[in-house]
Design a protein around this ligand. Structure first.
Ligand SMILES: [Zn+2]
Length: 248
């Protein structure tokens, strides 16, 4: 399968959101000149064999490498916690091999996830989770909607585990948002939502569907929210549910 391409090519903010080897690119995370391309989502959250049409975005060398340790941590934390909570779920092989090769990570996770008398106790590192979820959301918003925002202070991050979310909240989380704000021409948001047209009024209504990067591992949705800003929803391992709102 061919690498998924941005619909808008290199137009608009494509400098930051579309990797073009022959052109200059900017890092979507920090704005510095980009020398590498990065997959979104990162392979830390996927399982081999990896999908071969993952979106890619430009990143500088420092950002491309500077998140790996935290991504590994978040991925392993989620996988181990899920396996402790659900008896019919086993850790992924790659989690075991990552931990086997990393004593520091192993010790941290042993400290943060404990099972005693059949009860699971956990304490996650919120800073590391926030950092990685913001990073993932930036990649999706950039690739899907040509959206770039280097300002952390205007971003809201919410996440919780499936077992903590009540049914009503789950239904609204899963909903496919209806938006009447068409993504700007040239942005590749246009390829992802379904566009329905009212044949009487001619109004176009967009629905932002879920993008499945890998079944049961990772899916995400990018949409315009009420303020015209961008909301990214991410579900990791069908276990951690996340909403990242930019520009609020
Ligand atoms: Zn960077």
């Amino acid at each position: 399968m061919e690498q998924r391409k941005r619909f808008g090519g290199n137009s608009g903010l494509g400098y930051y959101t579309s990797w073009e080897k022959s052109k200059n690119n900017g890092c979507i995370y920090c704005g510095n000149p980009a020398t590498t391309r990065e997959h979104v989502p990162s392979k830390a959250f996927l399982q081999e064999p990896y999908p071969d049409n993952l979106p890619t975005i430009p990143a500088c060398f420092a950002c491309n490498n500077g998140y790996s340790e935290d991504e590994n941590y978040v991925s392993c934390f989620l996988d181990i916690l899920k396996s402790q909570i659900y008896s019919d779920y086993s850790e992924q092989e790659q989690t075991n091999s990552r931990i086997a090769n990393d004593n520091k990570l192993k010790n941290i996770l042993n400290e943060q996830i404990k099972t005693q008398d059949g009860k699971v106790f956990y304490q996650l590192d919120e800073k590391r989770f926030d950092r990685i979820l913001l990073k993932l959301a930036r990649g999706h918003a950039g690739f899907e909607y040509d959206y770039v925002d280097f300002d952390n202070t205007r971003t809201k991050i919410w996440y919780d585990f499936l077992f903590n979310i009540n049914e009503d909240n789950l239904i609204s989380f899963e909903a496919i948002p209806e938006t009447d704000i068409a993504p700007e021409v040239g942005s590749r948001g246009i390829t992802t939502p379904f566009i329905l047209q009212n044949i009487v009024t001619g109004d176009a209504i967009g629905f932002s569907a879920w993008n499945e990067a890998q079944e049961n591992r990772y899916r995400y949705q990018v949409s315009h929210n009420e303020n015209g800003d961008i909301t990214v929803k991410i579900v990791i391992f069908e276990f951690l549910y996340c909403v990242i709102e930019f520009g609020t």
